[in-house]
Design a protein around this ligand. Structure first.
Ligand code: DGL
Length: 262
């Protein structure tokens, strides 16, 4: 069994890729819909929330886990790894690797939540992987509620205007590659693309799902291809928005849990 989690719905972008790459694996997905967003919270709170989620994952006996959340991956991964004894993948390292391989002019933009950009985690990973690369980070906190509330059409004027404002410094910096350092952002990739048409977008969910498939123990890949979702708030809201996100009817069972219990 493989566990994937996020503060809300954004991690579904990673789940979709993971199921495509590992079609026979059994997955559980946890979206902390009762406490989203994480990106505007303090590091202590993010670590506490993520620790509770890993305790839940341990109770579910997952063999490997993916923090499909740029914020948790940037702020809490080391702390989670100090007590969890299964492979735990975050989005930062695999995404930075893919961006370093994709850039031609050595200039990379990073967008994420406030906590992610403040942590500098993507910039540090890029400097380790490719010391000559120059990176610029830009917090885009409003993208998260826009996505969670369904402002996801490519021509949505509100999302386009917010993107124009947030992404201007990245355009001015001359980045040819942009890390979508929050798993919510691939959902509005088209709006981002319209704003920065010549920039290659790196989808953190996809890169992390690939890294997960390499780290997961072989036996965890041979299940029945099942999926069960867990949320910390109303399951029906999750189903409705998940269907829009995934562009297909979302039939997986969704159970509400009390995450504060962990
Ligand atoms: N999906 C989460 C991430 O990747 C962020 C959304 C939030 O602020 O909770 O950072």
């Amino acid at each position: 069994m493989i566990g994937i989690f996020d503060s809300g719905l954004g991690g579904l972008t990673a789940l979709r890729e993971a199921r495509r790459i590992m079609p026979n694996a059994d997955f559980i997905y946890f979206g902390d819909t009762g406490r989203v967003p994480y990106g505007s919270r303090s590091n202590d709170t993010i670590v506490r929330y993520a620790t509770q989620i890993m305790h839940f994952m341990a109770e579910m006996r997952v063999d490997a886990a993916l923090a499909a959340c740029g914020t948790v991956s940037s702020v809490a991964l080391e702390s989670l790894r100090s007590f969890c004894h299964i492979p735990l993948i975050g989005v930062v390292e695999p995404t930075a690797k893919a961006a370093a391989a994709a850039t031609k002019n050595g200039r990379i933009g990073v967008i994420g939540t406030g906590a992610t950009i403040k942590s500098g985690a993507f910039e540090r990973a890029l400097a380790r992987i490719s010391p000559d690369v120059k990176a610029i980070g830009e917090a885009c906190p409003l993208f998260v509620p826009l996505v969670e509330n369904g402002f996801i059409q490519a021509d949505d004027v509100v999302t386009l205007e917010v993107a124009r404002r947030y992404l201007a410094p990245i355009g001015a910096f001359g980045a040819d590659t942009l890390i979508l350092g929050c798993t919510h952002f691939p959902i509005i990739a088209e709006s981002i693309k319209r704003t920065l048409p010549d920039v290659t977008l790196i989808n953190s969910g996809r890169e992390a799902a690939l890294a997960l498939s390499e780290a997961a123990p072989a036996h965890s890949l041979e299940g029945h291809g099942s999926l069960t979702c867990y949320v910390s708030d109303n399951p029906e809201n999750f189903r409705d928005v998940a269907s829009i996100f995934l562009g297909e009817r979302f039939d997986a069972p969704i159970c509400k849990i009390d995450i504060e219990r962990y």
